[in-house]
Each structure stands twice: as structure tokens, then as C-alpha cells.
Design a protein around this ligand. Structure first.
Ligand code: RNT
Ligand code: ZN
Length: 424
């Protein structure tokens, strides 16, 4: 048996020839893949608990299920887990932080009082790791969100509180972007909605638009902070009506030229986001994707390499949208090793992008332009058995990350030596 590296090397060279026959440059694909940053969501590491110590239910129609041992309980634990995950994901990436993950040192700092000092530990860590930072105001898991309304609340004082939170978060996002040297995407998602049929669908939407305008009133340098808005079809407890629907935020993002966030789990169960990309990109400046996997409802399962993911990656590459798109993961699974959940999801997104980057789009476009749909279908199907796997392994080796399944051994060691020592 050859050693793994020599074996991968040999098979890689054969694969390159196969792709060259289709006029695809493997090296160009790998160079491009190395440039694509994925924003890892901090909340997978601790079941969306955060560090405020409010003891508040997560709420907001979100639900984390499972009780796998090893949940991160402190910023130090979460950072160590993230470092482990990132050591198994090729390339340079980003961290997506929620406001509830500030370091408050036992003090009760309410959401409208948060300031950059509470995130200095994250900035220092991100800089030391060479990571970009993204941010999210936290409009759930709080007494003032307990009745399911925040920015669209009937009570002006509650709306004001959440507007102040949004304003504080944009300033923190801008400080992130400035000190890291890469714009921070600050994404607004709110839970507001109703369990049962509302009578007034208009009022909350008018209030939401006003609240958002108030949050975004302060001009902020887009080189430091970019504002994103995320829609949803329904949530637990907001089955009948969500104020921030797709149409609402699509209209909002177009008229205000904001980043539109599409979460793969936030549409009808048979509706996919891949086909939306080329439509919305005609009208919004940039896109944020919450790469997730809905099952039956917005269940936030770990991202797998399925047709939906491949279709998303294909659209981003074919449409040349990568430079206008921010990629983030969004799921929370507490039933498996949480560090592995990050690694599996991130590597799958990268592999989907690699499949897209290795596709013979010139050849396919040519067939389509000639109305030769027979060839188009034949080529598309042939691609499914091209040797992408060994190209991926080669990419991992290039970036000093374990190829194949070898990363799982590292996770097992980490679980044994670190995670199992954490009390439940
Ligand atoms: C909720 C949204 C949102 C959250 C995070 C925790 O349905 O997807 O993005 O998952 O803010
Ligand atoms: Zn999301």
C-alpha cells in the first residue's frame, strides 16, 4: 500500500487529466475555493445559550434538540471548540457571533446597553486566529421578547428597547469590521409573529419597517459594517403569521439597498433558495446565505451534501455571484458532537462549491445555446461520477487539514480529552 499522501497525489493527477478533457482547470478551481470564506455560527457550540446568564428560554420559535455531552459553557470553551473545528476545515474563515455571546463578567448588561468592550475578547481572539467577524443582534431569549414580539411590538417602549439594541449592534459590527479589516455583516432576524390567524397583518409590518429605518438611520461605512435582513415563513409559535416574511424583506432590502439574507430552512418545505439567487441579485446589492437544512419545518439540521446544496453552489458559481455573497452556516444540533457538526457542515459547503467550480459550464452553456438539451443532460449526469473526491482530499492536504474521514479521529481525541470532562 502506498502512503495516503502519495496515493492521493497520484489519483489527483489522473483526475486533473479527466477534468482537462472537459476543459476544466482543477488548479483554477482550487485557487478559487481557497478564497471562499464561510462564517461559522458560534451558536452551534453551545445550543444557542450565550453568556448572559439570564436563564431565559431560547424562545423566538427556535428549538435545539439533543443532549450530547460537551456543550461549551464559557467563551474560553467555545473558542477552544471553534479552534478545533477550524483546524479541520481547509482555508481561512469567519466567526458569526450573536450579541448574547458578549463577555459580561457577571454583570447584568441589558441588550440595549451592550458595547464594543463586551466583545473585545472575541476581537482579540479573531485577530489572533486570522478570522473575519460577523454579528447578529439577539432578538430572542429575553423577557422583552417573551410574548413573541420585538421590533413590531405594539408597545412603543418595547420597540424602542429593541431599536436601541439594533443600533448598538451595528456600531459593534462596525468596530469589528474596522479592527479586523474586513466588513462585518450584521444580520437582523426577529421572531415576531403569531400562532393563530391575525386580524391585523398590516400594523406589525408598518411598525417593523419603521423600526428598521430607525435602526439603520445612522450612516455607517460599508467597509466596516453591512446590514442584512433575514425573512422566515413560520416558526414554532408563529405558524400562522411572521411579520418579516420573504416579500417584506425582499421589498425592504431592494428599497433600502440592504443585504438580503436567505436561510435555506425558511421557506415552504418543497421550496428551495437556489432558484431565488439569480432573481434577487438583479435588485439587491449583496446576498447573505444562511446555509441550513430544513426538515419538515425549520429544523436547522446539519448541512449535508444534497441536491439543494449543490444547486445553491452551482448558482453562485455560474452566476459569478461569489464576490457579492456572504456564506454563513445556520443550524443547531445537540444530538451529535457539536464540533463535528461544524466540521461536517462547513466541509460539505466547501465540497458543494468545489463540485460547482469543477463543472464544465462553458461546455454546458454551449450546449444550451445550441438548444442541444440532450448534450446538456448527458454532461450534467456524467459529472455526477467525476472524481471530485480526490480533488477535495488534495485540497485538504494542501491546507494541512486531514483528508477523507481522518478528521473524525481528531474529533474523537478531542472528545475524549476535553469534551467529556465538561459536566452537563
Ligand atoms: C432563525 C434564524 C436565525 C437564527 C440565528 C440564531 O430562524 O434562522 O438566523 O438561526 O439568529
Ligand atoms: Zn438563519
Amino acid at each position: 500500500m502506498m502512503d495516503t499522501e502519495a496515493n492521493i497525489d497520484l489519483r489527483f493527477r489522473i483526475a486533473c487529466d479527466q477534468f482537462a478533457d472537459l476543459s476544466v482547470s482543477v488548479q483554477a478551481a482550487l485557487d478559487k475555493l481557497a478564497e471562499i470564506a464561510i462564517s461559522l455560527h458560534c451558536w452551534q457550540g453551545d445550543d444557542v445559550c450565550g453568556f448572559e446568564g439570564l436563564g431565559q428560554d431560547i424562545g423566538g420559535g427556535l428549538a435545539v434538540t439533543g443532549n450530547y455531552p460537551g456543550r461549551a459553557r464559557t467563551p474560553e470553551e467555545l473558542r477552544r471548540d471553534l479552534e478545533t473545528a477550524m483546524s479541520l476545515i481547509p482555508g481561512r474563515h469567519r466567526l458569526n457571533l450573536h450579541a448574547s455571546y458578549g463577555e459580561f463578567e457577571g454583570r447584568r448588561i441589558d441588550r440595549n446597553e451592550i458595547d464594543i468592550e463586551h466583545y473585545q475578547g472575541w476581537i482579540d481572539w479573531a485577530r489572533s486566529q486570522g478570522l473575519g467577524l460577523d454579528f447578529n443582534p439577539t432578538y430572542f431569549a429575553h423577557p422583552k421578547a417573551a410574548d413573541g414580539f420585538t421590533l413590531a411590538h405594539q408597545d412603543a417602549s418595547i420597540r424602542r428597547f429593541w431599536i436601541e439594541h439594533g443600533i448598538a449592534c451595528r456600531r459593534i459590527g462596525a468596530a469589528f469590521g474596522k479592527s479586523i479589516g474586513s466588513p462585518c455583516v450584521t444580520n437582523v432576524w426577529i421572531p415576531d409573529g403569531m400562532k393563530d390567524t391575525p386580524v391585523d397583518r398590516v400594523g406589525p409590518r408598518v411598525r417593523l419597517a419603521e423600526s428598521l429605518d430607525a435602526i439603520f438611520a445612522e450612516p455607517i461605512d460599508p467597509n466596516h459594517n453591512l446590514d442584512a435582513v433575514e425573512c422566515k415563513l413560520f416558526g414554532l409559535g408563529s405558524e400562522s403569521y411572521v411579520v418579516g416574511s420573504h416579500e417584506f424583506y425582499l421589498g425592504y432590502a431592494i428599497t433600502r439597498q440592504k443585504v438580503l439574507c436567505l436561510d435555506a430552512g425558511h421557506f415552504h418545505p418543497t421550496e428551495t433558495i437556489s432558484d431565488k439567487i439569480s432573481s434577487v441579485m438583479q435588485f439587491v446589492p449583496r446576498l447573505l446565505l444562511h446555509v441550513s437544512r430544513g426538515i419538515r419545518w425549520d429544523s436547522d439540521h446539519v448541512v449535508i451534501l444534497n441536491d439543494d446544496l449543490l444547486a445553491i453552489a452551482g448558482e453562485l458559481v455560474r452566476g459569478d455571484y461569489l464576490s457579492r455573497t456572504h456564506l454563513g452556516l445556520d443550524y443547531f444540533d445537540a444530538s451529535i458532537n457539536r464540533v463535528a457538526a461544524w466540521v461536517i457542515g462547513a466541509r460539505n459547503l466547501q465540497r458543494a462549491l468545489l463540485v460547482a467550480l469543477l463543472s464544465p459550464f462553458e461546455m454546458l452553456r454551449h450546449a444550451e445555446r445550441q438548444s442541444d438539451y440532450t448534450a446538456r443532460l448527458a454532461i450534467q449526469e456524467e459529472m455526477k461520477s467525476m472524481p471530485v473526491g480526490v480533488v477535495w482530499d488534495y485540497f485538504c492536504l494542501q491546507h494541512n487539514v486531514p483528508p477523507g474521514l481522518k478528521w473524525l479521529d481528531k474529533i474523537r481525541n478531542y472528545e475524549r480529552s476535553v469534551l467529556t470532562n465538561r459536566a452537563r
